[in-house]
Design a binder for this molecule. Structure first.
Ligand SMILES: [Mg+2]
Length: 317
């Protein structure tokens, strides 16, 4: 019998997706940061749908500050809305909690969720509660983009330049609980039409770039010296290099995007005029479908390290 841990997340999703119904008004279903649906023939907007679980022992430790847990739960869906260029609108939260959970802890969690949602103009309009063995928050969010403007993962072409916002790696040191979803930047990229493809980096650049190249039918070459390794990744003292941390740790919640080469210079200037956040030019899309390489000076080696695997426990990997 095949177990989930043997095939991994992407193969599991492909198998399950094959079982599910669609409709004519679905613009983009499973396989991107959000689903995109269209409700009316003359609507000015497309709707973005996203849900995401945050579970004790998987996404946060038992002793994490309540406000940070709620903030992370909402931040994760906001990051996926940002990855499509979306504007957040409404969210529902399903809460699963053991009966002996202090009410005060839950209030703290909801205060954290509410404050981040409010800052990005998103209302939290309902949800449900259930008893369960561990504390879990399941957030479902709706956002919107101007009709036809959602930025998919699949639009990159060979020659497009790759960029990533912020810094990567070492998010387990604390950034995974207090990251800033890139709503403003994603909305700007969508409105200005710079990006041919975009996604958020949730499972590590290595894994997520592989997903973008697979969706776009391209390969990629990453410039090692240009990868923005975080200070936290440099501080990690273990068997892995800080570069490996930047490529594989996950939960960076930065934006990975592709811009046509002829627009790259203008894009970089426009970005600098609009944001103080860094946006690093980290590589280029290539024709060699599925091949991702790391360029270090003159030598080029295949990218072998992988990002976070949801169904593989750290002890197995
Ligand atoms: Mg995502």
């Amino acid at each position: 019998m095949t177990r989930v841990q043997q095939i991994g997340e992407d193969a599991l999703i492909r198998r399950l997706a094959g079982l599910l119904p669609s409709r004519q008004d679905v613009v983009a279903g499973i396989g991107d940061d959000c689903a995109v649906v269209r409700t009316g023939r003359h609507d000015a907007f497309d709707w973005l749908l996203k849900s995401d679980p945050v579970i004790e022992g998987v996404h946060f430790a038992r002793d994490a500050a309540p406000g940070a847990i709620g903030r992370k739960a909402v931040g994760r869906v906001l990051s996926d809305l940002a990855a499509m260029g979306g504007e957040p609108l409404w969210a529902l939260i399903n809460l699963v909690a053991p009966p002996d959970t202090p009410v005060k802890r839950l209030e703290g969690i909801y205060r954290g969720a509410a404050s981040l949602a409010k800052r990005h103009g998103m209302a939290i309009v309902g949800g449900d509660t259930s008893r369960g063995k561990t504390l879990e928050l399941h957030v479902f969010a709706v956002g919107r983009v101007p009709r036809g403007c959602a930025v998919p993962r699949s639009g990159a072409r060979a020659g497009d330049v790759l960029y990533v916002t912020g810094v990567l790696g070492g998010s387990g040191e604390g950034r995974h609980l207090k990251f800033e979803p890139r709503i403003k930047e994603g909305g700007w990229l969508c409105a200005q039409g710079w990006a041919t493809a975009m996604m958020d980096v949730s499972d590590g650049l290595a894994t997520d770039l592989r997903r973008m190249t697979a969706a776009s039918g391209t390969g990629a070459v990453l410039d090692v010296a240009a990868i923005p390794v975080s200070a936290a990744a440099r501080r990690c003292r273990d068997t892995r290099s800080s570069l490996e941390h930047a490529l594989a740790d996950g939960e960076d919640f930065e934006l990975l995007l592709a811009v046509p080469a002829r627009k790259a210079v203008a894009f970089e200037a426009a970005w600098r005029r609009s944001f103080t956040l860094r946006c690093s030019r980290i590589g280029v899309m290539t024709k060699r479908s599925g091949v991702i390489e790391l360029k270090d000076g003159k030598s080029c080696v295949p990218l072998t390290c992988r990002g976070y695997e949801h169904f593989v426990t750290r002890a197995d990997s």
